[in-house]
Ligand binder design. Structure first.
Ligand code: ZN
Ligand code: ZN
Length: 304
């Protein structure tokens, strides 16, 4: 499971930061979290293929998060895409996507399936369980929590040997969770496998004030990606504009007991990333907290 930060600015792009676009890669498939202007070019520079994008999740419908969509749809068409694309977002997504699609024309060679999600809705995407969570912005907005299903336990070949199971196809049947029979004895997967292993997980806040519902839904995630538009010096402005400061992002991560915090959606008015990191680390102590830069990537490794 790999995450690429292709756009880490908030509001307007800067020479160093493109508008919001975060990529989740899993099993050769690609999910975009928001699609700000310039996202297709960021993808082309990154190792991720534009054509591999299967799903776009929109946190909300502010321009800085969606203006990359029409250009991307058009390029996919020019590249002869034929497989469908799924776009999901909060209330209003179907209307706004209708407007954006008009600018692209209605003769796309592939279908675009648009769906609106509400708080608590769950879907399966890229083989992962996706949950939509209502957040607190000045328009309808969602955060997302993605959890991998539990993985089978570790296979112990020495136990299988002791039980007289010959190496080969019977091993893989047990690893797939099937019971097998040898000379009248039934052997269950649990006889040769360890306990189920917890899947990987991450959450994505979108634009929001610090949100209890997002913290609650993110309980125990391996990685929280949270907006941190401003630092402490602009806390008042953050509140007025329905955004979070780095310190508030860290407080949400702490409440959720997230293992790592990565901050994005950085305002042009932030002078130093280091200040934001210091403010977040003052809350989180030893829990890693960093500000992402464009083209940073993060690999979530499966745990034993
Ligand atoms: Zn924004
Ligand atoms: Zn916004």
């Amino acid at each position: 499971m790999e995450i690429y930060f292709l756009g880490t600015a908030g509001g307007t792009p800067s020479p160093d930061r493109s508008l919001p676009c975060t990529v989740l890669r899993m099993g050769g498939r690609t999910l975009l979290l928001d699609c700000g202007e310039g996202s297709q070019r960021q993808l082309m520079i990154s190792p991720v293929s534009l054509m591999s994008v299967d799903v776009i999740l929109l946190s909300h419908l502010h321009g800085d998060h969606i203006f990359g969509i029409p250009g991307m749809l058009q390029t996919m068409n020019l590249f002869s895409r034929s497989h469908p694309l799924s776009i999901m977002g909060p209330r209003g997504t179907i209307y706004v996507m209708g407007l954006l699609m008009e600018t692209v024309g209605n003769d796309l060679g592939y279908s675009v399936n648009v769906e609106e999600l509400c708080h608590g809705d769950e879907r399966e995407v890229l083989g992962l369980r996706l949950e939509a969570v209502e957040t607190e912005h000045n328009v309808p907005s969602l955060g997302y929590v993605v959890r991998e299903p539990p993985r089978p336990g570790k296979f112990h070949p020495e136990r299988a040997k002791e039980l007289g199971i010959p190496a080969g196809p019977l091993y893989s049947r047990l690893q797939k969770g099937e019971a097998i029979e040898i000379e009248g004895r039934v052997i269950k997967p649990g006889d040769v496998m360890g306990p189920l292993r917890r899947g990987r997980s991450l959450s994505y806040s979108g634009d929001t004030l610090p949100s209890d519902s997002f913290a609650h839904a993110s309980r125990g995630v391996d990685l929280m990606i949270h907006e941190a538009t401003f630092g402490d010096d602009m806390a008042e402005h953050a509140a007025i504009s329905f955004h979070s400061t780095a310190r508030q992002a860290a407080e949400v991560a702490k409440k959720a007991d997230a293992a790592t915090l990565i901050m994005i959606h950085i305002s042009q008015r932030v002078v130093s990333d280091l200040d934001l990191e210091d403010e977040a680390r003052a809350v989180l102590g030893n829990v890693p907290a960093v500000v992402a830069r464009d083209f940073d990537s993060f690999r979530l490794l499966a745990k034993d």
